[in-house]
Design a binder for this molecule. Structure first.
Ligand code: SF4
Length: 402
């Protein structure tokens, strides 16, 4: 697949760190199992949305077991269930002119720029454009709000849609069923605002990113997925600042020994507030250091005091389940109850059966009374998090009552 030098998916990086384009020249992204999995999910969605008129191709859940030729991956139930959420969502959008996996031209703003829109729909009568992006990942929840990648796609499709009729409102959607609460998210803006962003932010940002003296500007958002962060001096200095600067501010206790970080229970609320925003970056950096050190040793380098050992073995499994089935049945004479684990289907599977019509609408409604779920435990979140803060009740504990 061709890649634009300034791709929309990398725009959150190159708009913040224009110099990253120069530093990553020649870097070849070999991909990994997550990108392959994501490509498989997108291919499945495309097959289902283009396999019939008006997006009404096959249901993803009916294609479990299908092998996607471009990746060689087999569609499993979890993938099919996630893609089903996406196809259900886009099929339920108001009718209009529709695009699926549409390559859009972005050269008005980005030299040689283009991108692929997962799904778009223009409702000419009301001047509205919907741009939907499917995200298969579960690791990092992506918000559509002022999301540069989606805004690029929005601009590209807007150019096409405005040739059909005037557009005033643009809805940018992200469907990411496996992350957060799994609910699709939408951010609504205006065509005018999107054009303004394209002219005032995207075009100058792209020009700067392609200039020979583009500045290298580290930061949590841009460095997170940067392919060259392992060898980037600015990133190393940035992380040293996070660790050395922020944490050395905390070494204010007289009983702190050298190289020992303070006991969390001794930190003041102000110190906790200073440290918490940087912990994600610190944890990522720590695991990157471990991976890099392991790679170095595997490549023949010596790191004093360290070695690489075999990790914990995975769960036991049959080499060939079909052969074992024959042995258990024909040689050992086990009956079916002894040979197989039977378990009740989960509410998720029951819901799939309801969607497929095996369980009727009223029956599925009745089943709701039999479904429960445990509440999630308390989780720390920044004040900007959309979820409501838990109400904490304090009980006065008298001295000696503990
Ligand atoms: S690691 Fe960060 S600072 Fe370095 S090039 Fe990449 S985005 Fe820029």
């Amino acid at each position: 697949m061709a890649h634009a030098k300034l791709s929309p998916s990398a725009s959150p990086r190159w708009l913040r760190c224009p110099g990253s384009v120069r530093l990553s020249e020649g870097y070849v992204d070999a991909g990994n199992k997550y990108t392959e999995e994501g490509t498989t999910g997108h291919e499945l969605a495309r097959t289902c949305l283009t396999g019939g008129p008006d997006l009404q191709g096959p249901q993803p859940t009916s294609l479990v077991g299908m092998v996607i030729p471009s990746t060689g991956w087999e569609v499993d139930e979890e993938m099919a269930g996630a893609v089903q959420v996406y196809t259900d969502y886009v099929r339920a959008l108001p009718p209009g002119i529709t695009w699926v996996e549409e390559q859009v031209d972005l050269t008005t703003w980005i030299p040689d720029g283009f991108g692929t829109v997962d799904m778009g729909r223009c409702i000419v009568e009301v001047g509205e454009l919907h741009v939907v992006d499917y995200k298969h990942g579960r690791g990092v929840l992506v918000s559509p709000e002022e999301n540069e990648q989606l805004m690029c796609y929005g601009l590209g499709l807007l150019e096409v849609a405005e040739m059909i009729g005037p557009v005033s409102t643009v809805h940018l959607h992200i469907v990411q069923p496996r992350a957060g609460d799994g609910e699709p998210k939408v951010w609504t803006t205006t065509a005018e605002e999107l054009h303004r962003w394209g002219d005032e932010v995207l075009r100058p940002g792209a020009e700067l990113a392609l200039s020979p003296d583009a500045p290298v500007v580290p930061g949590e958002k841009q460095c997170r997925w940067c392919p060259v962060r392992g060898g980037c001096a600015a990133y190393a200095v940035f992380m040293a600042g996070v660790i050395g600067g922020r944490f050395s501010e905390l070494v204010v206790f007289e009983d702190i020994r050298e190289n020992v970080l303070p006991d969390p229970e001794l930190l003041t609320p102000e110190q906790l507030a200073a440290v918490l925003p940087h912990l994600d970056a610190l944890q990522r950096w720590a695991s990157e250091v471990q991976s890099f050190a392991a790679e170095q040793i595997m490549g023949g380098a010596t790191i004093p005091g360290w070695k690489v050992v075999a990790g914990r073995a995975g769960p036991r499994k049959w080499v060939d389940g079909a052969i074992v089935e024959v042995i258990l049945r024909d040689t050992y004479r086990l009956n079916k109850d002894q040979m197989y684990d039977h378990k009740l289907i989960s509410p998720t599977t029951a819901e799939k059966l309801a969607k497929a019509g095996t369980i009727g609408p009223q029956q599925w409604k009745d089943m709701q009374a039999h479904i429960t779920r445990t509440q999630g435990g308390p989780a720390l979140a920044p004040e900007s998090d959309r979820r409501k803060a838990l109400t904490v009740q304090f009980e006065a504990i008298e001295n000696g009552d503990q």
